[in-house]
Unconditional design. Structure first.
Length: 364
């Protein structure tokens, strides 16, 4: 037996699966009905214990194709029920086997609806997954005395640059906790992608002669990576830039806007977003606990382009002078709908127009 202890003193008792080790992190919830493998392997969940609101998890198993990173950074999995006998032609192992192999603790058999309501009412909070026989008081004191880490991006970013070769546009992808889905979208379009660490300087990036710079998704507070904000600020106007998720928030900060922590964030695959330019609404996949302050955008050269239809938070930005744009959601989906995959084509079209403009300038 295991227990999930929240920092407010709430305790849930359930059955353990996955790794037996104890885990301490921020407890959040994801509302997706499917896509648990992609969620577990999404580096943006670094430092977090994820509650799945869908009552049965693991029923189609784990396969080799749906991983978003090789080594998951998630700290724990909380479910109502986990399936030990999956049924799917792609299944190669069970959820329990994956969590054991990756040393990720899981707890099942608890009231995930009650847990989700607590998080919605009080916000995300610290939590511990541990054995059921451990006294609660020392755990609560430990959580009170221990702050959550602020180096999640450093934990999940690549250590050294590497290249995914292609014959098309040359993209420098800054890895803040990149999902493999982003690489898949660029390789589909035959791009030559150089993935670089989060702290790579603007000079180092420009020496690679990129046609465009991609800012990836990632975990944590964007203000915890000030070096990236400075790099983006120096790159603005030098090269086309496209940012998603954490990259979107970093563009906002580099452009003079502000960000703040949300009460419980957006984590799911059915988030409706309205494009203010086309007046169209699309369903998006999201995973973030911070958002851009819409009021702060008004005093900058950034323009609001998309908003959430659930809570009016900022979902898209565009720079009025520089060739820079961003979205808060995940256009590569994985998991979720691919309604917004066209944004990668828009980025490449922006690069095409940028190169054409610069070529014409040489003959003026």
């Amino acid at each position: 037996m295991k227990q999930l202890v929240l920092e407010d003193g709430t305790v849930f008792i359930g059955q353990g699966f996955g790794s037996d080790r104890e885990s301490f992190g921020e407890v959040v919830f994801n509302t997706g009905m499917t896509g648990y493998q992609e969620v577990i392997s999404d580096p943006s969940y670094c430092g977090q214990i994820v509650t799945f609101t869908y009552p049965l998890v693991g029923n189609y198993g784990i396969n080799r194709d749906d991983f978003e990173t090789v080594n998951p950074a998630i700290l724990g999995v909380v479910v109502k029920e986990h399936c030990d006998h999956p049924s799917n032609f792609r299944s190669e192992e069970t959820l329990d086997q994956l969590l054991k192999a990756k040393r990720i603790p899981g707890i099942s058999g608890i009231d995930t609806r009650k847990l989700t309501k607590i998080i919605r009412q009080h916000g995300t909070m610290k939590a511990v997954i541990t054995s059921a026989d451990r006294p609660v008081e020392p755990i609560l004191q430990m959580m009170k005395d221990t702050p959550l880490p602020k180096d999640q991006v450093k934990q999940v970013s690549t250590v050294k640059p590497y290249v995914v070769p292609g014959r098309g546009d040359r993209i420098v992808l800054i890895d803040f906790g990149m999902k493999h889905g982003i690489l898949r979208e660029f390789t589909k379009r035959n791009c030559h992608v150089t993935v670089v660490p989060y702290h790579t300087t603007a000079d180092e990036i420009l020496r690679l002669k990129p046609d465009g710079v991609m800012l990836s998704n990632g975990p944590g507070d964007p203000k915890d990576v000030p070096e990236a904000i400075q790099t983006i600020r120096l790159l603005m106007g030098q090269v086309p830039i496209f940012g998603i998720c954490l990259g979107h928030q970093l563009i906002a900060l580099a452009g003079g806007a502000d960000t703040s922590k949300m009460k419980f964030g957006h984590r799911g695959v059915n988030q409706p977003v309205k494009d203010l330019r086309s007046n169209r609404t699309r369903i998006t996949s999201q995973n973030h606990g911070y958002a851009v302050d819409s009021v702060s955008v008004q005093s900058t050269k950034l323009r609001l382009t998309q908003v959430s239809l659930n809570d009016d938070t900022v979902e898209g930005l565009e720079h009025s002078v520089c060739n820079v744009f961003s979205v808060q959601y995940h256009p590569e989906s994985s998991p979720g709908p691919d309604d917004t995959a066209y944004l990668f084509d828009e980025f490449l079209e922006r690069i095409k127009q940028w190169k054409k403009k610069n070529k014409e300038a040489l003959y003026v």
